[in-house]
Design a protein around this ligand. Structure first.
Ligand SMILES: Cc1ncc(COP(=O)(O)O)c(C=O)c1O
Length: 401
């Protein structure tokens, strides 16, 4: 399948500012289709949901449309799509809810590969419940999270396994189906952080075996909205804190207060945008998403190979992570410069990158990087092109030359 990156880039007004946007792992730019969808929602008039008048019905329709879009993106059930401000907020909410049933002797498994948003909510909830936390370790020579270790970490007392579908700094994609299968066999639930993975691969929550799958639209060209996808039957067994008059239905009872209806229109538009990136031809939106994201993955991996090749040719650059399966996310240090100095220099060359732990708190700790400013992250997404990679490499050559 062809991938026309010039056409993709033309849809993003922000890219016209001349910067190489290699900061997508922290949040992507937004295509005009998403900006227009949000504007159109406001222009057409939005009331609060649940009323008798058309502007209110439009708000309800935007919410329903967003649930369907996120379900299509992830292979989930729209009736199990919980919407919220971001992944962190939703994860704290789910952790607080699930931990109501935990007690001393119960166990929770988290990983050192994960972003802290899929670690600390579980650790803190476990501590409050008196439950035990077990840690899955990273092989720091490769950046892999070996799935084989879970057999020894799980027991009949394990209640939950939290694991990422992709590291937001090393890009490592663990064998999630193997980990969730082991969790299920032990009678535990799995909570998969899909925030970093979702923009880079076709996602199928059933194939991943995830009981819960979390994602954030602002990482895949949408507005700042988070979502957790779960089976409605599972959600119906859970009872989060909620206001007395707010809906007790699924998934509404997991959502707090009034949602940003216009942004939900933007999320739907972002999903439609992803569905056409690889020019996938006809089919349902789900089918187009699977084909389009496969084209995105192939395109990004080719570009990533060029980036890694270039970095490997620089003697003063050290890269971290070489997992067999990775998102196009490079994490590196430059001898003689702090990561922050590198990021500042690159900004002066119109290259946007991040420096620091990027909330991969445990991982940067075990890598021995966190105490010295961690590293520089340059991440590719579907709108990056060869000129972005070349600009980064040229600027690094200038810095180290
Ligand atoms: C892998 C990963 N998980 C979780 C988060 C937190 O997401 P949010 O900002 O939606 O809370 C991020 C954000 O950078 C992330 O990269």
């Amino acid at each position: 399948m062809s991938y026309d990156v010039a056409a993709v880039r033309a849809g993003y007004p922000a890219l016209a500012d001349g910067f190489a946007y290699l900061d997508g792992a922290a949040g992507t730019q937004v295509p005009v289709a998403v900006v227009d969808a949000i504007g159109a929602a406001y222009r057409s008039g939005i009331g609060n949901a649940g009323g008798r008048f058309p502007a209110s019905e439009r708000a309800s329709a935007l919410t329903a449309g967003c649930r369907q879009a996120v379900a299509d993106l992830t292979g989930g059930d729209p009736a199990g799509v919980i919407l919220g401000p971001n992944m962190t907020t939703l994860t704290y909410r789910l952790a607080g809810t699930l931990a109501r049933d935990w007690g001393p002797g119960d166990e929770v498994v988290v990983s050192r590969l994960d972003h802290d948003a899929n670690v600390r909510p579980w650790v803190q909830a476990a501590e409050r419940a008196g439950a035990t936390v077990r840690w899955a370790e990273v092989d720091i020579s490769t950046g892999e999270l070996p799935a084989g270790q879970y057999a020894a970490l799980l027991s009949e007392r394990t209640r939950l396994v939290a694991v990422t579908a992709a590291s937001n700094v090393l890009g490592t994609r663990p064998d999630v189906p193997a980990i969730t299968a082991a969790a299920r066999a032990a009678g535990a639930l799995s909570y998969v952080d899909g925030v970093h993975a979702t923009p880079h691969i076709p996602v199928d929550v059933a194939a991943l075996g995830a009981d819960f799958y979390a994602t954030s639209a602002y990482k895949w060209s949408g507005p700042h909205v988070g979502a957790v996808i779960a089976a409605p039957a599972l959600l119906s067994t859970l009872h989060p804190d909620k206001l007395i008059p707010s809906p007790d239905t699924i998934p509404d009872r997991f959502e707090r207060g009034t949602p940003p209806f216009a942004d939900l229109a933007g999320v739907t538009a972002a999903v439609d945008h992803l569905a056409q990136l690889g020019a996938p031809g006809p089919g349902s939106r789900r089918e187009r998403l699977l084909a389009s994201m496969a084209a995105v993955e192939a395109y990004e991996q080719e570009l990533f190979a060029a980036l890694l090749d270039g970095l490997a040719g620089m003697s003063q650059v050290t890269t971290y992570g070489k997992a067999a399966s990775r998102t196009p996310t490079a994490y590196f240090t430059v001898a003689g410069y702090t990561p922050d100095e590198v990021a500042k220099f690159l900004a002066g060359r119109q290259v946007n990158v991040w420096a620091g732990h990027n909330y991969a708190w445990e991982l940067t700790g075990v890598l021995g990087l966190r105490d010295r400013g961690s590293a520089v992250r340059a991440g590719l997404v579907h709108y990056n092109d060869r000129s972005d990679v070349d600009r980064l490499l040229a600027a690094l050559a200038e810095l180290t030359g």
